[in-house]
Design a protein around this ligand. Sequence first.
Ligand SMILES: [Zn+2]
Length: 238
Amino acid sequence: MRARPILREIEQGELWLGERRLVYTLKRSSARRTLMLKVSEGGEITVNAPLRMAWRHIEAFLNQHADWIKQRLERASRQTFCWRDGIELPYLGSLRRLSIEPAALPLVFPLADRILVGGDEGRAAVLVTDWYRSEAARFLRERLSAHVARVDYPMPRFRLTNATSRWGSLSPTGVLSLNWRLLKASEAEIDYVICHELAHMRVPNHSSRFWREVAALYPGFEAPKAKLRQNAALYFQF
Ligand SMILES: [Zn+2]
């Protein structure tokens, strides 16, 4: 009996981890009987699957391993994000060049076109990240207060988070959390996240009533919502 030729197909799949859209390579082969998942050191996701396996099985398998994928991606981004002079950092919707000045005091100075950090390269990551967080605490609270006043909602308690895949949340006790990494996003993207969480004060789920509430708080929210998804990988780099 002659061996059957092995049939192969390569496709692209899409996976959502929270607000984060990930693209993966799906390699189908008639020689495979089981699913296999890999996340490379560079953060590329590959799934090996039997040739005719239904998408819903593949997607269920990925959802089951979502936490593991997240951990692997975090490790990959820590390894691939290299803090050195001249790299571009996203800041309020634009890119600013990082200037490292070894002879200057270890402080961060935001300039119109770049972000200047004193001290040696090895400390830049910590200094700049801390600076983003403190700027985010101030800026996000300001935006939140402005929206609350505008739509006549009560001001919720506010907390800054370091979540690795979520932009914001509203706890059952009414604490509104926003991710400090939002400081990398444009004001429109930030406003969308704030209005999304505010809408949860009235509607806890993601029903159509909820999205009507979001639209009432922030007409035209769809465009910044889509932008935030597109930019998620960039904003979650560090
Ligand atoms: Zn929500």
